[in-house]
Design a protein around this ligand. Structure first.
Ligand code: DLL
Length: 434
């Protein structure tokens, strides 16, 4: 039987779970109404007081919280406790404008560590493991989140931080790392470098990879598993909600268990903002139930996914969140068709000869959007005859077109010409001035 870190909360009957959620929701609403001006104004605007929320279904009467609310209240306006009770500050990884500042009380740090310990245990990590954290330590929640979770389990943590790929590999060999923690794209970078340095994955002690922080496809999972000889698991989270520790896969790898005792998930239509029926694909909205410093009510994550309430063989009763397809704000609309980078990734990984490094460049020519898919190819295809190269290009274009229903131009670029990332990969360059 696979270990479960917190069976009390991970294996509850749905009725008990919903009762717990309702109690925690009501306590949170009372606190934010009293302590956070933004929420008080929003609730008043909707003509709602916390006492009106008597059932979980009533949650949908409350207004959403968006990134814009966080921007308007930068830096501490959304905090529900005075700063003297805040013991840690992090921020989101957004690249434009001011970052979002998030805070944790001592209790928040403890519950965060427990949530991370839960998904790490679900992925198979135990106190016998040696965990190499290759996320950047800093304002990003990834490294500290996984670090404290692994320590809570009692594993031996190597706080390696990101970058320095050759040193990562040396430490992995010498310290006999069993568990790798990083973004999935960095796992590929490590595999590439291992290959170049002639390191045989069989000579390593690696067993499990915990990858998150960015979308990745099933095809990419297979590639990482085959090249690093590990079980590659997905975990999801966002700074605004807590960081990593919102959801994570068990060893069944059939969706990420979302920790519903701490968060209520909803799926909405991103256009109409209406809640969608169970199983539908749409935008994930999350309400945090236990946070003291930075509670979030109906936060629009912009991540596109679906929820599966069917039972899981691992014994957890928590709903499973499907791998995200991408973000509603990363979604490219090309000639009116919705395109997610992950759909193109799925096609590329399935084609022999494609390196898993790609970039999407969108231009506007007149009133037309043009999507160029730049891919790195293995040397033998790149330097082969022109005829073969053209045939290869046509094959890739055809496959992508039949997947998306929209034409793209594929361009081959030289090996190693697309920038490598130590953290999250930047897959899309959008040059449209809209
Ligand atoms: O990326 C927290 C995190 C760190 C999660 C490490 C897992 C591991 P942010 O920097 O605020 O926080 O970015 C959050 O990253 O809204 C998603 O769009 C994306 N994201 C995070 N994990 C996944 C995942 C962290 N497993 C944003 N699959 C989120 C797909 C993910 N997208």
């Amino acid at each position: 039987m696979q270990q479960i870190w917190d069976p009390t909360h991970e294996c509850m009957l749905r009725g008990e779970l919903e009762q717990l959620q309702l109690e925690r929701l009501q306590a949170t609403l009372n606190r934010v109404y009293k302590n956070v001006t933004c929420y008080r104004n929003k609730f008043n605007g909707a003509g709602i007081v916390p006492e009106d929320i008597r059932t979980l279904a009533d949650l949908s009467r409350l207004p959403f919280t968006t990134k814009e609310d966080l921007r308007l209240n930068y830096p501490y306006g959304m905090f529900a406790v005075p700063l003297r009770e805040v013991v840690r500050i992090h921020s989101s990884s957004g690249t434009t404008g001011k970052p979002t500042v998030v805070g944790y009380t001592r209790n928040d740090l403890q519950s965060w560590s427990n949530l991370v310990a839960r998904f790490m245990t679900a992925a198979g990590v135990t106190h016998d493991d040696v965990v190499q954290i290759a996320f950047g330590y800093g304002m990003f929640t990834g490294a500290f989140g996984l670090h404290y979770g692994a320590e809570t389990i009692g594993a031996s943590v190597i706080p390696m931080s990101s970058g320095n790929t050759e040193k990562q590999l040396m430490i992995m060999q010498d310290y006999r790392t069993t568990t790798l923690v990083c973004t999935p794209s960095y796992a590929i970078t490590l595999a590439d470098r291992m290959e170049r340095m002639g390191i045989d994955p069989k000579s390593l002690s690696l067993k499990v990879g915990l990858f998150g922080g960015e979308p990745w496809s099933e095809a990419m999972r297979k590639e990482i598993e085959a090249r690093l000889l590990i079980s590659a698991t997905d975990n999801y989270g966002l700074s605004e909600i807590i960081g990593p520790g919102v959801a994570g896969e068990c060893q069944q790898k059939c969706g990420m268990h979302l920790f519903e005792d701490a968060f209520i998930p909803e799926i909405i239509d991103p256009e109409t903002c209406q809640p969608l029926p169970p199983g539908s694909v749409g935008e994930l909205v999350l309400t945090a139930l236990t946070k003291e410093a930075f509670p979030m009510i109906r936060y629009r994550t912009r991540d596109i996914t679906s929820l599966d309430y069917s039972p899981c063989a691992c014994g957890r009763t928590l709903v499973r969140m499907r791998k995200t397809m991408g973000r509603s704000d990363d979604m490219l609309i090309i000639k009116g068709v919705n395109v997610f980078p992950s759909q193109i990734e799925e096609v590329l990984f399935a084609i022999e000869g494609c390196e898993p490094h790609y970039q999407l460049v969108v231009e506007r020519q007149g009133s037309m959007d043009v999507l160029e898919v730049r891919i790195e190819v293995t040397e033998n295809i790149f330097f082969d005859e022109m005829k073969k190269q053209r045939a290869f290009l046509e094959l890739v274009e055809k496959r992508i077109e039949s997947m998306l229903g929209v034409g793209v131009t594929v361009k081959l670029v030289e090996p190693n010409s697309i920038p490598r990332h130590e953290g999250k990969a930047a897959r899309v360059i959008d040059n449209r001035q809209i």
